[in-house]
Design a protein around this ligand. Structure first.
Ligand SMILES: C[S@@+](CC[C@H](N)C(=O)[O-])C[C@H]1O[C@@H](n2cnc3c(N)ncnc32)[C@H](O)[C@@H]1O
Length: 226
């Protein structure tokens, strides 16, 4: 794999070099290739993960803004093999998946029976005011920092008034390749700045896993409103 010096894993703030178009394409191609090749083992390793705290936080925020009696249009952004699509559907909602991995799209359709869009985060086509909520569990951190403001603005545009974006990402201050996957880790303040610039208002945030000391909570979850 070809790795540009500017995209080696390292402190994000130290490396401001722009990532060119070709390297952005490579970031998506190599990361998605990794998920495609490891789709079955990813499913076996994550299908029983307990993300009920995240689903609860997301649906609670939605219930404050939308009629509780109607099925909500939910986009599962980076849905992987479809674990959470199934949960949203079981709860009476109308979820749609989105993933750049062909293998995950096929698995997610099969596991959930929901529609799944085969799209890449850097070339989204979500339309305007299409969803009540966007659930991005462990997915947005794959977007390079340079592109994140644009991707968040597209998510904002795809949400109806009062729509909710949930995101959970590994936290830290680093960006680059970790073996075959590209990642960008941010702490709360940097995430908040980015979300507010894209037009979101912060509603809540917490660290995971629940009930551990902060040093043992590598995940940051954020609930915000369009
Ligand atoms: C860590 S997995 C999380 C999957 C699922 N949300 C979950 O919680 O199990 C990250 C997901 O993002 C997808 N992904 C990563 N980079 C992507 C890109 N550039 N475009 C579209 N999907 C991408 C992967 O295919 C994978 O399904």
């Amino acid at each position: 794999m070809h790795v540009e010096a500017s995209t080696k894993w390292g402190e994000a703030s130290l490396d401001k070099k722009r990532i060119d178009r070709e390297s952005l394409d490579e970031i998506e191609r190599v990361t998605l290739g990794h998920y495609d090749r490891n789709a079955e083992s990813f499913w076996l390793g994550t299908r029983d993960h307990d993300v009920s705290q995240n689903i609860r936080a997301f649906l609670q925020a939605l219930s404050a803004n939308f009629d509780n009696n109607r099925a909500l249009d939910i986009l599962d952004f980076g849905c992987g093999p479809g674990r959470d699509l199934y949960t949203f559907k079981e709860q009476g909602h109308r979820p749609t998946g989105l993933d750049g991995s062909q293998a995950f799209c096929a698995m997610a359709r099969q596991h959930s029976g929901c529609p799944v869009l085969h799209q890449q985060f850097l070339s989204l086509d979500l339309g305007k005011r299409s969803f009540d909520g966007i659930f991005a569990n462990a997915s947005l951190f794959h977007v390079p920092g340079q592109e994140l403001p644009r991707v968040l603005r597209e998510c904002h545009r795809a949400l109806r008034v009062g729509g909710i974006l949930f995101m959970s990402n590994p936290r830290g201050e680093a960006e680059g390749w970790q073996r075959e996957r590209y990642g960008h880790y941010m702490e709360f303040e940097a995430s908040k700045r980015c979300l507010e610039r894209a037009g979101f208002s912060m509603l809540d945030h917490y660290y995971r896993p629940e009930g551990k000391p902060r040093t043992q909570q590598p995940w940051l979850a954020i609930v915000c409103q369009a």
